[in-house]
Design a protein. Sequence first.
Length: 342
Amino acid sequence: MADTTTRPHCSVKPRTVRLLPSELPANRLELIRVLASKWVNGTVLHYFLTEGPEPQHQAVRDAFSEWKNLPIGLEFVEVTDRSESEVRVGFDQADGSWSYVGRDILGIGTTETTMNFGWDLTDDYGHTTALHEIGHTLGLPHEHQNPFAGIVWDEEKVYGYFGGAPNNWSRDQTFQNVLRKIDAGEVEGSNWDPNSVMEYWFPAGLIVQPAQYHGGLIPAGGLSATDKDWVKRFYPALPNVLPKLEPFQTRTLSLKPGEQADFRLEPSASRTYQIGTFGTADSVLVLFEDVNGELRYVAGDDDSGQQRNTSISAKLFQGRNYVVRVRIYWTGGSGQAAIMYW
């Protein structure tokens, strides 16, 4: 493999900071922050490819397929109308490679891209780049910023390296993408994976500790075993048939933090319905309509960190099929919650 340590690196976009009440218990704050960027499993992410060479387009399609085929519960569908997309992929060669993280893309206007590729994606490094940027869209941060990695940097050498060609980053950009450690409360688990697809390539001399990486860190490339295990644990493949949620019937949700319950709705009358959770848990609730076998987003609500429950009001139509998904952040004092629609 060619020396990839001299190649440019991904520059992730700044995260949207969720303001939370300071009086919340530490464990509740931690769970909300860990899960805030993640999608409800089963979400269909529609992606739009802006103008660019067809080989680059195909490389992005292949990377989406590789994530999907692990298999995971998220769906990825290419669309030809950017207004129908959540993910908008650019190929501006002067803008580097970058992506927003997770659900932050929902706050980006439809005229703007949410991911860009600034170099060729048809070689091994490019393939890993495509997987890496999609990883950000799934909610993954840079692996070397894991506070449990134990990395000690020669900071001035880091600033010097990334400040020069081909990255030409400012000191702030280098700090945000390399040196800044993610808050321990935002990280799942405590292990660092130096072969993660979310890890950078580093030349010799930048890492002081661990000592074995003083001569450089060059990941294997592609998805590591830990990457695959993580994404399949957080976005597991979903069953084809979901239990039916009947109107006015409460269903108990005995879920651990990060777990999810999924139900199908088959309304017997066309009218406005209320869908809501009950209890003290923090959760995100999302409603989809099944349109010719593809789930389309209808409405959603997130009550995390607030003294209320999730609630959706939407007109549902007789003869149409819907899916409602609820993911738990924090289980509350009772360890249980409930869902009903009426």
